[in-house]
Unconditional design. Structure first.
Length: 91
């Protein structure tokens, strides 16, 4: 698979997973239950409701699964998700 295609697929998959965890209920309300259990008291709880915060951490395993250099892939995927999120939320 070409690097550019792996990058685009990683950005799309990372955005989907981050959006699903942060903003959707999920099957059997599993994501809303998880956000409720974690709470908003600590930094990781506040990060559970932020698509951009989640995408930063989710993009690390996505970068490891691609053949891109790890740090370049990690920050590139997180940056791609940021751009995609800002474009889609501006509509």
């Amino acid at each position: 698979m070409p690097d550019w295609l792996a990058f685009i697929l990683a950005v799309l998959a990372t955005y989907r997973v981050a959006h699903m965890i942060a903003l959707e209920d999920g099957p059997f309300d599993v994501f809303s239950w998880m956000r409720e259990k974690v709470g908003q008291e600590y930094w990781y709880g506040r990060g559970m409701v932020c698509v951009l915060c989640l995408s930063f951490w989710i993009s690390l395993p996505a970068a490891l699964l691609t053949e891109l250099p790890v740090f370049l892939g990690w920050f590139g995927i997180a940056g791609g998700v940021t751009v995609l999120h800002l474009v889609l939320e501006a509509r």
